[in-house]
Design a protein around this ligand. Structure first.
Ligand SMILES: Cc1cc2nc3c(=O)[nH]c(=O)nc-3n(C[C@H](O)[C@H](O)[C@H](O)COP(=O)(O)OP(=O)(O)OC[C@H]3O[C@@H](n4cnc5c(N)ncnc54)[C@H](O)[C@@H]3O)c2cc1C
Length: 490
C-alpha cells in the first residue's frame, strides 16, 4: 500500500477539478489529481466510436468572447492541446403555433440582433418597441441591480414585464432551460440575467475539436507540466478526517496524505459518502441533504448514413416548451405532456474530423428528472417525447438512422457523481441554480471540516455549466492558495 504526501489532493478531473488542480500546481503547490474514469472531462467528457468523435451528449459552450476555457488553457500553457471552434450560425428552430418548424434566420454577427429574433418569432409590430426596451434594459442592467434580484425567481420577474409569449419562450427555453436545467419559476433571476447578459453581449456557441473533454484533458496535462501528478482510473473511497481536519484520502490504489482535499465529486456525495456525515454537525448534514439539484437531460446519439442538416447545433422550442415546477411535476406523474425544449448538436458540422466522410452523427437532449434509478418505462416516456419533437422537425432523419445510442440519468451519474440520495445523482449541472442556493446563499466552497473544499458546479462559480465549473476552479484555486500560504506560515 503506497502512502505519499502532497500539499493538496483534488478528487475528480471534471472542468472544476482539473482547472483548479492545474492552477494550484502552477502556483507551486505539490498537487495530486485523482480521477476515477480513464479520461478527464466528467459531465463533458469526449467519446469516440467507429470514426466519430464527440462530447458524450449535447454540450454548448457560452459565452464565446473571453470564455474561461481559453483563459485557463493559456494560463496553464496548454493551448496547443485543445482547439476551440465557434461555428457562428446556429440552427435553432421555433415551432410556431401553426405547427411549422421555422429555423432561425442567419445572423451576421455573434451578438444577438433583436430585430432578427422578433421577425423569426413572429412578434406583432405593436409589441416590438416595449419588447426591445425590455431586452435592452435586461442586457445592460448594471451588476449591482442584477445582484438585487437574487432571491427572486426568474419567472415572476419575466411575467411582470408582460412579454409576448414567443419572446418569453425564447428567453426561457432557448436560453435558460439549457443553461440551468431548472424550472423557470425556481431559477434565480440574478443568476439568469447575468448569464443572459454574457451570452447576448459575448456570443453563445463555442465547442472544442474532438469534444469538450479535450479541454479537461489539456488541463490535466497542465498539472503535469507544472510538476503535479495525475492518477486516472483511481477512485477515492474515503476522505480521511482526524481531529476535525482532513489528512488525506483512501483510494483503490492506496492512501495519499495531504492537509488540503478539494472535492469535485459533488457536494452531497462528498459529505454524505466520502467524508461521512458523522464528521459534520446535524444542521450541516441536513442542509446538505436538502440541497436541490438541477434536472437532467436524456437523449440519443443518432448515427446517420448521410447528412440531414448543415446546422452545428440548435434548440427546438415552442410557446409551450418552458418548464414550470408544476408542469414538470405533472409530467412526472403522467398528467401533463413530457414535451419541452429539445437540444441538438452535430459535431461534424463544426469539426470536419468528427465523422467519417459522408456520414453524420446528431445527438439530442431533452428534460427528465435527475433520478439515476428511473424505471425503464419512465425513461422511455421521457425519451419518446424528445424523439417525437426531433422527428417532427427533421422528418427525413428517421430513415437515415444506421444505429443509435441512448444515454440517461444513469449514464450521467456513472460518468460523474455517485447517487447518495433518493432521486438525485444524474443532474446535468449541479446545485447552484435555484432561488435559495444562489448569490450569497450559494453553497460555500469551504466545508466545516478543516482543509476540505468543494469545486465545480455545486459551489464557487456562476454561469453556464462548463464555464461555471471553471470559474469555480479559478476561485477555489485562489482561496486554497491563500489557505495553503497561511497554513505554511503558522
Ligand atoms: C447531458 C448534459 C448536457 C450538458 N449540456 C451543457 C451545455 O450545453 N453547456 C454547458 O456549459 N454545460 C453543459 N452541461 C453541464 C456541464 O457539463 C457541467 O456543468 C460541468 O461539466 C460540470 O463540471 P464539474 O467540474 O462540476 O463536475 P463533473 O463534470 O461532474 O466532474 C466530476 C469529476 O469527478 C470524478 N469523480 C467523482 N467521484 C469521484 C471519486 N470518488 N473518485 C475519483 N473521481 C471522482 C468524476 O468521474 C468526474 O470526472 C451538460 C451536462 C450534461 C450531463
Amino acid at each position: 500500500m503506497s502512502e505519499q504526501s502532497y500539499d493538496a489532493i483534488i478528487i475528480g478531473a471534471g472542468f472544476g477539478g482539473s482547472s483548479c488542480a492545474g492552477l494550484l500546481a502552477k502556483r507551486g503547490l505539490k498537487v495530486l489529481l485523482l480521477e476515477k474514469n480513464a479520461v478527464a472531462g466528467g459531465k463533458a467528457l469526449s467519446l469516440s466510436k467507429s470514426g466519430f468523435t464527440y462530447t458524450a451528449w449535447v454540450v454548448i459552450g457560452a459565452p464565446v468572447q473571453d470564455n474561461l476555457y481559453q483563459v485557463v488553457l493559456d494560463d496553464l500553457g496548454v493551448a496547443d492541446l485543445a482547439t476551440l471552434i465557434v461555428p457562428g450560425q446556429q440552427g435553432s428552430i421555433y415551432r410556431t403555433p401553426g405547427d411549422k418548424f421555422v429555423r432561425m434566420p442567419d445572423a451576421p454577427s455573434e451578438q444577438l440582433d433583436p430585430t432578427i429574433i422578433f421577425d423569426w418569432l413572429e412578434i406583432e409590430e405593436e409589441k416590438r418597441a416595449s419588447a426591445l426596451q425590455f431586452m435592452a434594459e435586461m442586457t445592460l442592467m448594471p451588476p449591482e441591480k442584477v445582484a438585487e434580484l437574487s432571491g427572486t425567481n426568474f419567472d415572476s420577474w419575466l411575467t411582470a414585464a408582460n412579454l409576448p409569449t414567443p419572446l418569453y419562450a425564447f428567453l426561457v427555453s432557448l436560453c435558460c432551460d439549457g443553461m440551468f436545467m431548472v424550472p423557470v419559476d425556481s431559477l434565480d433571476a440574478a443568476e439568469a440575467i447575468s448569464s443572459l447578459q454574457a451570452m447576448f453581449l459575448r456570443g453563445g456557441g463555442v465547442f472544442c475539436k474532438g469534444g469538450f473533454g479535450r479541454i479537461a484533458e489539456a488541463y490535466c496535462e497542465g498539472v503535469r507540466r507544472h510538476s503535479g501528478e495525475v492518477l486516472m482510473s483511481t477512485r477515492v473511497d474515503e476522505i480521511i478526517v482526524e481531529d476535525g481536519r482532513v489528512v488525506g484520502v483512501a483510494t483503490d490504489k492506496g492512501r495519499f496524505e495531504a492537509p488540503i482535499v478539494i472535492s469535485n465529486a459533488g457536494l452531497q456525495p462528498t459529505v454524505l459518502k466520502l467524508v461521512g456525515e458523522q464528521h459534520f454537525d446535524e444542521i450541516y448534514a441536513n442542509y446538505v441533504r436538502d440541497l436541490v439539484p438541477s434536472y437532467s437531460l436524456i437523449g440519443y446519439r443518432y448515427f446517420l448514413d448521410k447528412p440531414v442538416t448543415d446546422a452545428p447545433f440548435g434548440v427546438i422550442f415552442s410557446n409551450t416548451s418552458p418548464w414550470s415546477l408544476e408542469r414538470f411535476n405533472e409530467a412526472c406523474a403522467g398528467k401533463a405532456s413530457r414535451e419541452g425544449v429539445l437540444y441538438y448538436e452535430v459535431p461534424s458540422n463544426y469539426d470536419p474530423d468528427a465523422a467519417p466522410e459522408g456520414k453524420q452523427m446528431l445527438m439530442t437532449g431533452s428534460f427528465c428528472p435527475p433520478d439515476p434509478e428511473l424505471s425503464k418505462q419512465e425513461l422511455e416516456a421521457w425519451a419518446h417525447a424528445g424523439e417525437q419533437t426531433l422527428f417532427s422537425a427533421f422528418p427525413e432523419l428517421e430513415s437515415c438512422i444506421e444505429s443509435k445510442d441512448f444515454y440517461s440519468t444513469r449514464s450521467v451519474s456513472n460518468a460523474t457523481r455517485d447517487a447518495v440520495l433518493p432521486g438525485v445523482g444524474g443532474e446535468t449541472i449541479g446545485l447552484g441554480q435555484i432561488v435559495g442556493q444562489c448569490g450569497e446563499q450559494k453553497p460555500s466552497i469551504q466545508a466545516p471540516v478543516r482543509g476540505l473544499f468543494y469545486v465545480g458546479c455545486d459551489a464557487g462559480g456562476t454561469g453556464v455549466g462548463t464555464q461555471q465549473a471553471i470559474e469555480s476552479g479559478m476561485n477555489v484555486a485562489d482561496t486554497v492558495g491563500r489557505y495553503h500560504d497561511d497554513h505554511q506560515a503558522s
